[in-house]
Write a protein that binds this ligand. Structure first.
Ligand code: C2E
Ligand code: CA
Ligand code: CA
Ligand code: CA
Length: 276
């Protein structure tokens, strides 16, 4: 019989080849997933602290494969970005959202936040994709907010700044997502016209008591006030975190404390009950 080392190395090779097969096929799997309608969108409500009501929602993509398995969004988004599928996937997302929005009864000015990847920003189709989406949902008078990460802005120059400024003049708003995690310079804050700053969950987690010390969080809040940006705290899970942010002039929060991401149908129902 085979010695132990040979058995182990065969096992290892089988695992690696299995893993490679899965890795290599993401591009095709994503494409097939789109064609087979395996994607759906969840919406996480955003709370407006000052008006004590729902300000809007962020669209979060979900993927359930035909075998029933859910793929985590951070996994398939990273794969889509790495394998040139993020633009078709985002275009598909916009179609899904447009269909969902038609089923909602929302007040004019309801915020709808959409995550946009760097590659899409640079591509010539970006402005027309967003404009087309805005036209499709125009009857609802939504405020469309594009969420961009620091990293996607830092590598970009004048051309992207001009695209964003063009869309802003058409009423689309720009949020900087996961603020503070990009590990980059702040110079982009001067290059781009922005509307919102979303403080990453990591900084919100640091709030453990109402009068505890959170110097970095406090500096970020001050910075957004100085820049006249509207500020949103992400991943708010406790009443104490909400209280702290409220006391420090943060206008919006998003997190499990207020509401979890939910299906389009659940959101429509939620809006007519708790959401107003
Ligand atoms: P993100 O943009 O920071 O989205 C917020 C994430 O935090 C979501 O995870 C949401 O479910 C989670 N979250 C919200 N509130 C809480 C809370 O109170 N506690 C905790 N622990 N988590 C909370 P999700 O849906 O797994 O998305 C992960 C990331 O995947 C997103 O992070 C975003 O970067 C990316 N992503 C999701 N959908 C899309 C998409 O349509 N396009 C792009 N480009 N990226 C997307
Ligand atoms: Ca986001
Ligand atoms: Ca975020
Ligand atoms: Ca985040």
């Amino acid at each position: 019989f085979l010695p132990m080392a040979a058995i182990l190395s065969l096992l290892f090779m089988a695992l690696v080849s299995n893993w490679l097969k899965r890795r290599l096929s993401y591009h095709d799997e994503l494409r097939r997933g789109i064609a087979n309608n395996e994607f759906s969108v969840n919406y996480q409500p955003v709370y407006d602290i000052s008006s004590v009501s729902c300000a809007g929602a962020e669209a979060l993509l979900r993927w359930q494969r035909r075998d029933g398995e859910w793929v985590r969004p951070d996994v398939f988004i990273a794969a889509a970005e790495a394998e040139s599928m993020i633009i078709p996937l985002t275009q598909h997302l916009l179609e899904l959202i447009a269909a969902d929005v038609k089923q909602w009864d929302v007040p004019p000015g309801f915020h709808l936040a959409i995550n946009v990847a760097a590659e899409h920003l640079q591509h010539p189709c970006f402005v027309s994709d967003i404009r087309q989406f805005a036209t499709t949902v125009a009857e609802k008078s939504l405020v469309i907010i594009l969420e961009l990460t620091e990293r996607s802005l830092i590598s970009e120059g004048q051309e992207v700044a001009e695209k964003l400024s063009l869309l802003r003049r058409e009423g689309i708003e720009i949020a900087i997502d996961d603020f503070g995690t990009g590990n980059c310079s702040l110079s982009y804050l001067q290059t781009f016209e922005l509307d919102y700053l979303k403080i990453d969950r990591g900084f919100i987690n640091a709030i453990e008591s109402v009068d505890g010390e959170t110097p970095v969080l406090d500096a970020i809040i001050n910075l957004s006030h100085k820049l006249a940006l509207q500020v949103l705290g992400e991943g708010v899970e406790t009443p104490m975190q909400l209280e702290y942010l409220k006391n420090h002039g943060v206008m919006f929060i998003q997190g499990y404390l207020y509401a979890r991401p939910m299906s389009s149908e659940a959101l429509a129902h939620w809006l007519t009950n708790e959401g107003r």
